[in-house]
Design a protein around this ligand. Structure first.
Ligand code: FPP
Length: 245
């Protein structure tokens, strides 16, 4: 049986989130410029998006650019933004062919104008697609998101639109960038680093974490299927005992 055939389609993660890491190291190992790592990273993005749609994962979220990534050398930031624009232009057909809706989370206002426009265009063109929602986290930082949420709710309290005792988890969820997404079930990080790096801190409260040494540009369908099989063998207790489940 292939890895894909071993996957239990009734136990798929509903929301899969991925920290795509290791583009730079991949390039360095091959004696190439970092930019080549990012370019090859986009190929892995396409393969993993297609594979996720193929096995019917409803929500896939990719950490493409963090608020901290703005501190990288200017040329690298420019290249990443260019890659974003060219990938969006190139992959609109893949999204349409696979019935995938594009979504974006983060401080999108901070993106260069071209990137903002292209993003808006693809989001608009794919808004009726309903097989899978692909969310790109761009200029995203979880602390920034939580700060923004607190600020927005505080303004509503100040204007008597909500009272403090009515602030619950649902109210908070409804103010996050991820308001239309379910909680994350499985979080994968490539390249051997075992940290969260300010990604979806609130949303991963009960997620299963999966770390792999594979560098992002080398990440293939079969690596993804291995991660999903590993997830399916875990017992998710959500604070309960095994017997209660
Ligand atoms: C991490 O590798 C990767 C990123 C910061 C950017 C991810 C971007 C892509 C995969 C390409 C563009 C994406 C889209 C959606 C078009 P790193 O540079 O941190 O690698 P390192 O830790 O080995 O230096």
């Amino acid at each position: 049986m292939t890895l894909q055939e071993q996957i239990d389609t009734n136990k798929l993660p509903q929301h899969l989130a991925i920290i795509m890491d290791g583009n730079g190291r991949w390039a360095k190992q091959k004696g190439l410029f970092r930019s080549m790592g990012h370019e090859n990273g986009t190929k892995a993005v396409r393969e993993i998006v297609e594979a996720s749609a193929e096995i019917n994962i409803p929500f896939l979220t990719l950490y493409a650019f963090s608020t901290e990534n703005w501190n990288r050398p200017k040329l690298e930031v420019e290249l990443l933004m260019k890659l974003l624009v060219s990938s969006l232009k190139k992959e609109i057909k893949t999204l349409q062919d696979n019935n995938i809706k594009l979504n974006a989370i983060g401080n999108l206002e901070a993106l260069p104008k071209r990137a903002k426009m292209e993003l808006k265009d693809v989001i608009d063109q794919t808004k009726e697609n309903d097989r899978m929602t692909l969310t790109l986290a761009l200029s995203y930082g979880s602390r920034e998101e939580i700060t923004k949420t607190i600020r927005e709710i505080s303004v509503k309290v100040k204007n008597n639109l909500i009272s403090p005792e009515n602030i619950d988890e649902t109210v908070i969820n409804n103010h996050l960038y991820t308001q239309n997404l379910p909680d994350v079930d499985l979080l994968i990080r490539t390249s051997g680093e075992q940290r969260i790096s300010n990604f979806l801190l609130w949303q991963i409260a009960y997620a299963e974490l999966y770390f792999t040494d594979t560098l992002w540009p080398d990440y293939t369908k079969n690596h993804l299927f291995e991660a999903i099989l590993n997830y399916q063998n875990r017992e998710r207790r959500f604070g309960k005992t095994s017997e209660q489940l």
